[in-house]
Write a protein that binds this ligand. Structure first.
Ligand code: GLA
Ligand code: ZN
Length: 669
């Protein structure tokens, strides 16, 4: 695999000169403005297919060569894009098979983007041909430092080619129809398949009630997307083996299993669009942080912040401007969590079409005298001072499991609540852990658990083969596992474990979950600790019987008042906690305040005030204030990176303020 080796923190954005080819004056001005903004990295050619191949087989690359030459001359590097995120009209017209088929069986018309069949041999060969041509012409261009493949892969196609590929995928997975029928419990509602040709993707005008089928289809969509990406990349790997390959991924995106997709990429990149300025600043910042931790964990490597907006988007329900200071802070937040670049969608606002009002570094006014441009310049000014972080990673000893396949299975789950609240639970645990001032990886069931001292596994409903055993080993060896309600219910095909929940985790957790009560949104139960403190809990309440575990809290209401709702089981040298319900935030704060030190996970700053985040990369600690108000915080011991002053004191961070501390080696002041 090729590595991304940037000698600087990347700064730039999606650059679409193809929209301005009749305006050489604007292209010239772009270069001047990029230098002025402190930009050093542009993503070029995303969605440029019709400018690159205006008719079948006729490539017009000269304009791109000019642009790359000019950027290089200005000292600006390039992620060169492949254009497969949207097709030219001539292709859809002549080869309709490249267009997607909907779940209802109808074929889409030409239009939009991401509207391609990922199985179609015609589409794959068009993509490979243009990618090969791009690699031949530009693979050794000195400006090019990596490939940006397509754009935000997503969606699915239900055409006959995809159905056939799905059947092949199922044959490889299950071998026989008997095994498939058993795994999918097709005796239910007379669903037994008697011939492979009867298998069809789930669709609202057909089958959706077989959970094994739904899950297999979602697995297939990831598999087929990864297969398409491999085909996209093949000519690039062959011609440019040293150029790293990435594609941009999306926030808390559930359509594809990103851990699987990441296997075919050299590094991950991410498009980040938090709703800054709306609602609780801490919550918005936490969701963003969660995504960054996830992106870094996908490959256990720094990632590229491939897109973010320097001002506003055009697709939130309400598109707020970034308030003063927020652009610098939000860009720094990505760096702090493991990004090696800060890039924008988009460099220059397009004049027409759907994204003309999306924020950009250069506005329709066309000059640098704008608030947004100055905000971008401020980032461009700061990043060179942080260049030591390039390539550096945190030393996360705590992790949270966020597993795509588990999430799919839970989304499909009918009962005990329509909304099982998986994401909410994951974020609640993330928040409480981050409040303890620790670095956190976001992993899935397939990751190595052994490097962690503490793993939170909220709502780990589906346990794939071997996962419970690996978690048991992890606890046995002296680490801490935290599980929650509705854990260990089904296997990899969404078949319930027989013999008592939480299935294969029953022994590690030392309990049996007999039933699960569901609460309406306006209902609560209470969780009482032995000291008599009562916290509210809601949504789901497992009714559990301890089988060796110690009770740490009991329910206060309803017919199950007095039954355990938080337990801990000593297992081998470690401990496994079970939180049988969804407690209010302050309970999780109190819980992790005890459990984090017990696990031996050292905070960068203990007891963070609300709205403040801290992360560490290498020997730099980033302390960031998202609370919306000035806040006092104890800084870690070291020197302020920007002023050189010592920092072992309490400091006040202004609104949207931050401090970057070069940490003193352990024991030194
Ligand atoms: C996505 C896409 C971009 C653009 C932005 C707008 O991230 O990748 O092409 O549409 O959204 O926010
Ligand atoms: Zn298809």
């Amino acid at each position: 695999m090729a590595e991304l080796k940037l000698p600087f923190i990347g700064h730039g954005g999606d650059y679409n000169p193809d929209q301005w080819l009749d305006r050489p004056d604007i292209l010239e001005e772009d270069i001047r403005l990029m230098k002025l903004a402190g930009c050093n990295l542009m993503s070029v050619g995303i969605f440029a297919w019709s400018a690159l191949e205006p008719e079948e087989g006729r490539f017009t690359f000269d304009w791109l060569e000019d642009v790359l030459d000019q950027l290089h001359e200005a000292g600006i590097s390039v992620f060169l894009a492949t254009p497969s995120g949207a097709r030219p009209a001539w292709m859809s017209q002549r080869w309709p098979e490249v267009l997607r088929v909907r779940p209802d069986g109808g074929r889409n018309l030409h239009g939009g983007r991401h509207n391609h069949c990922f199985t179609s041999p015609a589409y794959r060969s068009f993509v490979q041909r243009i990618n090969r041509a791009l690699a031949e012409r530009f693979g050794s261009h000195p400006a090019v430092v990596g490939w940006h493949i397509s754009n935000e892969y997503s969606g699915e196609c239900h055409c006959e080619l995809c159905q056939e590929a799905f059947r092949q995928f199922l044959k490889a997975r299950y071998s026989t129809l008997d095994a498939l029928n058993r795994a999918w419990w097709t005796g239910f509602w007379s669903k037994t398949y008697t011939d492979w040709s009867q298998l069809h993707s789930p669709t609202t005008i057909g089958e959706t009630s077989i959970h094994g089928l739904n899950l297999a289809w979602r697995r297939f969509v990831t598999h087929q997307t990864a297969d398409f990406i491999k085909a996209e990349i093949a000519p690039l790997r062959q011609l440019t083996p040293d150029l790293p390959v990435t594609t941009n991924l999306m926030e808390m995106f559930g359509g594809l299993n990103y851990f699987e997709l990441a296997d075919v990429l050299d590094f991950a990149s991410f498009d980040s669009y938090p709703r800054w300025g709306h609602g609780d600043g801490e919550q918005v910042a936490l969701s963003a942080a969660f995504n960054y931790d996830w992106m870094r964990s996908l490959k256990q490597k720094p990632f590229a912040l491939m897109e973010s907006t320097p001002s506003q988007v055009n697709w939130h329900e309400v598109c707020k401007l970034k308030k003063p200071g927020m652009h610098l802070l939000s860009s720094l937040q990505a760096i702090a969590h493991g990004a090696d670049t800060v890039q924008y969608f988009q460099w220059r606002k397009s004049r027409g079409a759907a994204e003309k009002f999306h924020g950009a570094v250069v506005d329709h006014a066309g000059h640098e005298h704008t608030r947004t441009f100055r905000d971008v310049q401020a980032v461009g000014g700061l990043l060179p001072r942080l260049k030591d972080v390039v390539g550096a990673m945190p030393d996360a000893r705590a992790a949270l499991i966020f597993d795509a396949e588990n999430r799919w299975a839970l989304e499909d789950c009918q009962g005990p609540r329509r909304d099982m609240g998986h994401d909410k639970t994951v974020l609640a645990h993330y928040r409480a852990l981050k409040r303890q001032g620790v670095d956190l990886d976001i992993i899935d069931e397939t990751c190595d658990f052994s490097r962690y001292r503490l793993i939170a596994a909220p709502m780990l409903y589906m346990l794939r083969p071997g996962v419970a055993e690996r978690l048991a080993d992890y606890v046995r060896n002296g680490s801490i596992l935290v599980c929650t309600c509705f854990t260990g219910r089904v296997d990899q095909d969404d078949l319930c474990f027989l013999g008592g929940f939480p299935g294969p985790l029953r022994q590690v957790l030392g309990l049996w979950a007999e039933e699960t009560d569901a609460l309406y949104d306006d209902e609560h139960n209470g969780l009482q600790t032995p000291e008599g403190r009562v916290y509210a809990c809601d949504a789901l309440c497992d009714l559990i019987h301890t089988e060796g575990a110690e009770t740490l809290a009991v329910y206060t209401e309803d017919f199950y008042a007095g039954m355990p709702c938080v337990t801990v089981n000593r297992f081998g040298k470690g401990r496994a906690y079970y939180i049988a319900t969804c407690p209010e935030a302050c309970y999780l704060d109190d819980f992790y305040r005890t459990v984090v030190p017990e696990a031996g996970v050292k905070p960068i700053i203990p007891e963070l005030p609300a709205g403040v985040q801290v992360t560490r990369r290498g020997d730099l600690a980033f302390v960031m204030n998202f609370s919306g108000a000035p806040v006092e915080v104890s800084l870690p011991t070291g020197r302020d990176l920007l002023t050189g002053e010592r920092t072992n004191e309490r400091a006040t961070l202004p609104v949207n303020g931050f401090r970057i501390v070069r940490l003193s080696p352990e024991g030194e002041n």
